[in-house]
Design a protein around this ligand. Sequence first.
Ligand code: GTP
Ligand code: MG
Length: 449
Amino acid sequence: MAKPKSNRLDTIYAPATARGRSALAVIRISGPLSGDLLERLTAAKKPPERRASLRRLVDPETGEALDRALVLWFRGPASATGEDLAELHLHGGPAVLDGLLAALGRLPGVRLAEPGEFARRAFANDKLDLTQVEGLADLVAAETAGQRRQALAQAEGSLARRLAHWRETLIGIAAYVEAHLDFSEEEEIPKDILARSAARVAALTVEMAAVLAEAAAGERLRDGIACALLGAPNVGKSSLLNALAGREAAIVTDRPGTTRDPIEVALDLEGLPVTLIDTAGLNPESDDPIEREGMRRALARASACDLALILVDATCPLCPPDALAALPPERSLVVANKCDLVTGHANSEALSISVKTGFGLPSLLSALTLRARSLQGSEGCEPPLVTRARQRRALEEALSALQRSLTASLPELFAEELRLALHSIGRLSGRVDVEDILDRVFAEFCIGK
Ligand SMILES: Nc1nc2c(ncn2[C@@H]2O[C@H](COP(=O)(O)OP(=O)(O)OP(=O)(O)O)[C@@H](O)[C@H]2O)c(=O)[nH]1
Ligand SMILES: [Mg+2]
């Protein structure tokens, strides 16, 4: 796959900060004209590289003063995009920003950047691999500390480094095998080369499988865990949702059958994102079509959730509705509400709470956090490396190819599976480069061709 190279003719600019009144606003300019533009906007020579300099900014056409701001100048390739790059740290008023954007827009050879175009140029210029670009996007979108940790690690190259290591190792193995295929008459090629290569591949599959084993957790941390609140009508599901959300998100009444449509709120449990979903009470006896449709939606929603919080009424020790009996215990948590109405523990299996008095809510939050932590894989010190379905699928493809290679009957098939694995890894990191295999054959074996 040929990687798109940036169009070096274009110089692009864009505000890098959100619009609105703020202390500062940043405009970035990238491309060959960046230095000229900076000189025209400051009516002065380019400032020293990589150092903040205070400059008066003017409209190059009219000479009108637009702001007094810090400017930064990076000469490519030592810049975030790999191109000549300038940053203007303006005062954050909308009129200042608009004035600069209008002045830039009137200059020839410059255009407003498309979304993600700075990152795309960084990728095209080998400043970042694709997983780092994805990590950066996640870092900007991160809403909890756990998401931030995971995204920052990926943006800083945690997965990219691992992929580069696997790629190097595989190219090394492939080089041996290709050499065996092409030059098996040569004396310096050891005879047991395939057996040795297979042992190295087997070790790689173990490493990849370990990374894949954490992928689901990484995806859950990135996307958040979905937790459905389920139970019979009137047990206090909506009350609990409101209490945990800290606002009146759902309607609460003493009439069974109040909630009909699922209602979602976002929780941040010690840095772990959880979406809590209130659902219609499950009443198998109901013949009200609206209530039955509500129940259908509740169960459909629950089946797609990572976790079900099953609420029961502490005054009625009878169990959760039958419809919930099939939920696997590792995906459900039973909680008895309204414990203010009973003396002692009516339902000893369940965690006891009272939304009314607040009793047990801290324990429930701790239990939920524990579950979220194990589902999102944040028990270890390092966040999972794989965080997206795209990454997981590409890695699964690579792993399958390697596993197939181990059962290949012919050296040619073995080599072909290694190439497929390399291709998947190349797709994962955004750079596929099969020429490297041949380069390494010649470089490592010094065959002299
Ligand atoms: N005594 C007591 N009452 C509670 C408690 N929690 C909720 N309630 C009351 O129980 C009634 C039902 O609460 P909801 O939160 O609407 O119950 P629900 O499970 O959402 O009900 P549906 O939406 O109909 O399925 C309301 O009158 C609440 O005030 C509690 O801990 N103790
Ligand atoms: Mg409700």
